[in-house]
Design a protein around this ligand. Structure first.
Ligand code: ACO
Length: 398
C-alpha cells in the first residue's frame, strides 16, 4: 500500500510506494490499459483488432511513429529493416565465447549491449537520425542474434539471413534451418508467431519498459537501455513466466497430474509456490491477450498435428483456479504467458528460449517508450527517494 513517510532531509515528505503500485513515472501516448475492464490498446487500437488484422512490423511502426503506416511507408520500413539484418562477421566469435549451456537471455542481453561497440554512429540520444538508425538496427538484428544464440547452444552452423523472406519467416529459418537443406517455413506457424509478437509488443510501464526508460533517462544510448530491459524481462515474475509456466506444467504432469493438489499447495503458499502465468499488477480481470492466445492454442496444435497433454493440464488448472475462492477474491486470472509456452513448444523452441521470444515481441515497445521518454521535455533523470531506516550516526572503534 501507499504510505507517506518522513524523509530525514530539508525537503519534507516523500511517498513510500514499494513496487510503484500507485506511482506514475511519466505520461504516455503509446499504450492504454484498463485493468478492471480487461482492455488493452496500442495508440488507441484495440489489441484484438491488431492481433487479427495487422502484422508485427506494422504494429512496430505504429508504436514507434504513432500512426499506422501507409503501404509505401510500411514497404520503406520493411526494406530498411531487411537491409540491416546481418551481423558484423566478427560478431560470430562472440557467440562461441559462451558455454553451450548459457541461458539465451544472457547471450541476447550481452549481444545487444555489444552492438553499441560496432555502431558508434548511432549512439547520440538527441540526434533523431542516429536514434532512427539504432531503432532499425535493433529491430533488424535481434532475430539474427536470437537465432544465433540458439544455434550456438545446439552446436549447429549459423545461417545468414535470407532477405527474400519476411521478418518472422527469416527468424524461423535462421533458427530451425540447416545449410544442407531447403527450409520450408510453415505459413501457419509464421502467422501465429507474428500474432504472438503483436500481443507482446507493448504493455506500458511494466518492469522491463520502466527499466529501459530509467536507464535512458541518464542519457545512456538505446542499445544499452534495451540490453538492460532484456535483463529485467528475464525474471520469472515478468517475461520469464512463460518458461516457468511450462516447467510448472511439466512438473505437475510428472508428479501424476493432480491439478487440485497443486492448487492447494499454491493456496497454502507451500514453499512459496505460485501458479505461474496467473496474476498481474494491472489486470484484475481476464488479460485480453491471454484470451486471444487461449483461443489460438488449440487451433495451432490441431493444425500442427500436435497432441500435448500440457494443454489439457493448463485448461484444467485454469478451470480449478477460476472457481476457487483464493483466486476469485484476489482477482487472479491467466496472463498472456499462461498458454504461450505450449505454442512455442509445439513450434520446436526449447523452453529456455521462450523468454527470448517475448523480448523479440516487446522490442518495438521498448524502442517507442525510450523515444517518447527522450523527446519529452518533462523527462528528468529517474532517481527515486528512500526512507532511511538504518543505524543513526555511530563511530568507528578507536
Ligand atoms: N499464484 C498464487 N498467488 C498469487 C499469484 C499467483 N500467480 N499472484 C498473486 N498472488 C497472490 C499473492 O500471494 C497475494 O496474496 P496475499 O494477499 O495473500 O499476500 C495477492 O495474490 C496479491 O498479489 P501481489 O503479489 O501483491 O501482486 P503483484 O501485483 O505484486 O504481483 C505478479 C503481480 C508479480 C504478476 C504476480 O501475480 C505473480 O507473481 N504471478 C506469477 C508470475 C507471472 O505469471 N508473471 C507474469 C506477469 S505478466 C508478464 O510479465 C507477462
Amino acid at each position: 500500500g501507499l504510505k507517506i513517510g518522513k524523509l530525514l532531509s530539508e525537503t519534507g515528505y516523500v511517498t513510500l510506494d514499494t513496487g510503484f503500485v500507485n506511482t506514475a513515472s511519466c505520461t504516455s501516448e503509446i499504450t492504454y490499459i484498463d485493468g478492471d475492464a480487461g482492455i488493452l490498446r496500442y495508440r488507441g487500437y484495440p489489441i484484438e483488432e491488431l492481433a487479427e488484422k495487422s502484422s508485427f512490423l506494422e504494429v512496430s511502426y505504429l508504436l514507434i511513429n504513432g500512426e499506422l503506416p501507409t503501404p509505401e511507408q510500411l514497404t520503406e520500413f520493411q526494406d530498411k529493416i531487411t537491409n540491416h539484418t546481418l551481423l558484423h562477421e566478427r560478431f560470430r566469435s562472440f557467440f562461441n565465447g559462451f558455454p553451450s549451456s548459457a541461458h539465451p537471455m544472457a547471450v541476447v542481453s550481452s549481444a545487444i549491449g555489444a552492438l553499441s561497440t560496432y555502431y558508434p554512429d548511432s549512439l547520440d540520444p538527441f540526434d533523431p537520425e542516429q536514434v532512427d538508425l539504432a531503432s532499425i538496427r535493433l529491430l533488424a538484428k535481434l532475430p539474427t542474434i536470437a537465432a544465433y544464440a540458439y544455434k550456438t547452444s545446439v552446436g549447429q552452423p549459423l545461417l545468414y539471413p535470407d532477405n527474400t523472406l519476411g521478418y518472422v519467416e527469416n527468424f524461423l529459418r535462421m533458427t530451425f534451418g540447416l545449410p544442407t537443406e531447403k527450409f520450408e517455413v510453415d505459413p501457419e506457424v509464421a502467422k501465429v508467431l507474428d500474432m504472438l509478437f503483436i500481443l507482446h509488443a507493448d504493455h506500458e510501464q511494466n518492469c522491463s519498459t520502466s527499466t529501459v526508460r530509467l536507464v535512458g533517462s541518464s542519457h545512456a544510448n538505446l542499445y544499452a537501455s534495451v540490453s538492460a530491459g532484456v535483463n529485467a524481462l528475464w525474471g520469472p515474475l515478468h517475461g520469464g513466466a512463460n518458461q516457468a509456466v511450462l516447467e510448472m506444467l511439466e512438473k505437475i504432469h510428472a508428479d501424476g497430474g493432480d491439478v487440485k493438489a497443486f492448487v492447494n499447495k499454491v493456496k497454502n503458499k507451500e514453499d512459496g509456490v505460485k501458479l505461474m502465468g496467473f496474476g498481474h499488477r494491472v489486470y484484475r480481470n481476464y488479460d485480453p491477450r491471454a484470451a486471444v492466445v487461449k483461443k489460438a492454442t488449440r487451433k495451432v496444435l490441431d493444425t500442427m498435428g500436435v497432441n500435448d497433454p500440457m494443454l489439457d493440464l493448463a485448461m484444467q488448472l485454469e478451470e480449478v483456479a477460476l472457481t476457487d475462492d483464493y483466486f476469485v477474491q484476489r482477482k487472479l486470472y491467466p496472463n498472456v504467458d499462461f498458454y504461450t509456452g505450449i505454442i512455442y513448444k509445439a513450434m520446436g523452441f526449447p523452453v529456455n528460449a521462450f523468454t527470448v521470444l517475448f523480448a523479440l515481441g516487446r522490442l518495438p515497445g521498448w524502442i517507442a517508450q525510450w523515444r517518447e521518454m527522450i523527446n519529452d521535455p518533462a523527462t528528468k533523470i529517474g532517481r527515486p527517494r528512500q526512507i532511511y531506516v538504518g543505524s543513526p550516526e555511530r563511530h568507528y572503534p578507536a
